[in-house]
Ligand binder design. Structure first.
Ligand code: SIN
Length: 337
């Protein structure tokens, strides 16, 4: 049996050698069958896993079975590092990466969402994602040949390690696994920790082996990846947001007939709106499950502690201003005011 990373590499190589996307030989007629391969990195029982399953069911129902969405969850097909490349190459057709993962492919504007303590309520996030700033951000994906189809919530992130992380001094010297966002890297450095970019699918193992000491994620990801088995303390810092953008490639999008594009868009819009209604509850249930497991101590945070962390992470804001320019910051501010 091959290691999953080897299988993924072979998959990419096979595609590069000529095995094309499933839809490539398909006639352009609206009645031709179509399979859309959708890869993501989280468990099925998460806001993203559930919303994408609903999307697949919606497509199946609306297309009378002619269009199929095949979902590869939990990094089964590709991890963070390879999935964007796989989409560019046509080895998969759709992804739903977190907003923090678009920086490395040349869209650093998405790192706006990573600014620590930017949002204190989900409704503020929606003012961006459901408004003109959100649309403008999705449009930037065209630079990379991608089409942004919509946003999906997960929730607020918390910090975990084998110690409580309620004040900056507790971060000193910790190696913290992060997503591939420069803003999050700056946030961790500002707190005195060393950021380590790792694929989501490798994080639990890295925590268990002590390769990294801690990480940040909403409770739904923490619980479904069994991170509670490897982390003694979860501090409810709600310092940052985790959300997603569903993307496809222009190659597929332009290949589709307008009625199929509309069918897919409608199916996704409904599924994402539904996903946004369940995300908070999924995170609440996951947090309750972590607490009930008795394996991780859960620490609430008071306002003074929150203020202490907020002040410490200020350099991440300055860094983003430099990285993406003041215009996006101003647009975001205007949307939130
Ligand atoms: C995800 O929710 O898709 C993964 C988040 C992470 O990499 O931390």
């Amino acid at each position: 049996m091959h290691h999953p990373a080897v299988t993924r590499r072979r998959c990419l190589q096979a595609w590069a050698l000529g095995a094309g996307p499933a839809w490539a030989g398909r006639g352009a007629g609206a009645a031709a069958p179509l399979t859309i391969r959708l890869s993501h990195v989280v468990a099925e029982q998460t806001p993203k896993g559930l919303a994408l399953q609903r999307f697949a069911r919606n497509v199946h129902a609306a297309g009378g079975g002619r269009i199929r969405v095949e979902i590869y969850a939990d990094s089964r097909l590709y991890g963070d590092a390879s999935e964007m490349q796989a989409l560019q190459l046509g080895a998969v057709d759709m992804l739903a990466p977190s907003l923090s993962k678009f920086g490395p492919i040349g869209c650093p504007e998405f790192e706006l969402f990573d600014l620590p303590f930017l949002f204190s309520q989900r409704e503020q996030v929606h003012r961006i994602t459901q408004g003109s700033v959100g649309r403008a951000l999705l449009a930037t994906l065209a630079r990379q040949g991608l089409v942004g189809l919509g946003y999906l919530d997960n929730g607020f992130k918390h910090m975990s390690a084998n110690r409580p992380l309620l004040a900056p001094e507790y971060f000193a010297g910790l190696r913290m696994r992060i997503q591939s966002s420069r803003v999050i890297a700056q946030q961790m450095r500002a707190l005195g920790a060393e950021p380590v970019v790792l694929d989501f699918g490798e994080t639990r193992r890295a925590l268990a082996l002590g390769v990294v000491d801690g990480t940040e994620n909403p409770a739904s990801n923490f619980w479904t990846q069994h991170m509670h088995e490897a982390q003694q303390d979860l501090s409810l810092t709600t310092h940052g947001w985790l959300g997603y953008a569903v993307v496809t490639h222009q190659r597929l999008w332009q290949h589709l007939q307008a009625p199929d594009r509309r069918l897919i868009e409608d199916a996704l819009t409904e599924a994402l709106a539904w996903g946004n209604t369940i995300a908070e509850q999924e995170n609440r249930s996951a947090l309750a499950a972590v607490q009930a497991s008795g394996m991780t101590r859960v620490h609430a945070m008071d306002e003074a502690q929150r203020q202490g962390l907020r002040q410490a992470v200020q350099p991440a804001w300055d860094g983003l201003r430099t990285r993406i320019g003041p215009e996006w910051m101003a647009r975001m501010r205007a949307a939130l005011d």
